[in-house]
Design a protein around this ligand. Structure first.
Ligand SMILES: [Zn+2]
Length: 256
């Protein structure tokens, strides 16, 4: 925690009502950039703000309340969290500033700052309950959660599954096609990642990658490769595939 700050909780946060938000955005030109115009679309990702914000701390000095927090990025689960800071005059009911310290290019006027201000607003609107909630905690988005929740856009279906294994079966029709699955005793990356993905989502530590001989019907020969889960490699691929989707595919849908 920073010097002079205390952990923020539901009974210590400053009130931020809709009029304060409207006035703030109407008078801050840095929130009119193109990046912010995209926020509307991005914010559609379910309750991003509530999951992303954590380590909320605050400091009061007369009428002024400074609220600082960390916000986890939307997509890169493992990268660093951004630091956001809001300054509120509680007597004048005025948002003096709300900035993201880490988005220098946007001069602090980025979607993280918007998400934080909206988070403060939602907390203000919550019905008072008898128990208080402490907001000095790790953002939920930064927790390594259930794999399917963490990567909602991916899916993988194995050909077979047992208590311990995922099974993927390839059946090339010609000898020549075998090399598109396995070359020099190594499974081709595309298929190696296919079975890794199946294991990751099915929570299996082991996999059997099976390549049936083109003459399997007469010989019954199947080459079986034992695979061990490599979670780090999976996440590395998932993150770059997800970024590819967000950067290159999503914009095409927006323009439809
Ligand atoms: Zn930012």
């Amino acid at each position: 925690m920073e010097r002079g700050f205390e952990k923020a909780s539901s009974d210590s946060l400053p009130a931020v009502d809709l009029d304060m938000i409207t006035a703030f955005f109407a008078t801050n030109s840095k929130f009119l950039s193109t990046e912010i115009q995209n926020v509307k679309i991005r914010a559609s990702k379910t309750d991003y703000g509530d999951k992303a914000i954590g380590y909320v701390q605050l400091k009061r000095d007369g009428n002024i309340c400074i609220v600082n927090a960390r916000i986890a990025p939307e997509h890169k689960i493992h990268s660093k969290q951004y630091k956001v800071s809001a300054v509120i005059n509680e007597t004048e009911e005025d948002v003096i500033s709300c900035e993201c310290i880490d988005c220098a290019a946007a001069e602090g006027g980025c979607k993280h700052a918007v998400a934080f201000l909206m988070w403060l607003h939602r907390r203000s609107e919550e019905v008072e309950v008898t128990s208080t909630t402490c907001y000095w905690k790790k953002p939920a988005l930064a927790e390594v959660g259930q794999s399917t929740k963490k990567y909602p856009i991916f899916g993988a279906i194995p050909d077979g599954i047992s208590e311990d294994y995922c099974v993927e079966v390839k059946y090339p029709s010609k000898e020549k096609t075998v090399s598109s699955y396995v070359k020099d005793g190594q499974i081709i990356t595309k298929y190696y990642m296919q079975i890794q993905m199946q294991m990751y989502f099915a929570h299996k530590m082991k996999g059997l990658f099976c390549v049936a001989a083109p003459v399997f019907e007469t010989t019954k020969v199947v080459d079986i490769y034992n695979i061990k889960i490599d979670k780090e490699k999976c996440e590395e691929y998932f993150n770059s595939a997800e970024n590819y989707w967000i950067d290159l595919i999503c914009p095409l849908f927006r323009n439809m």
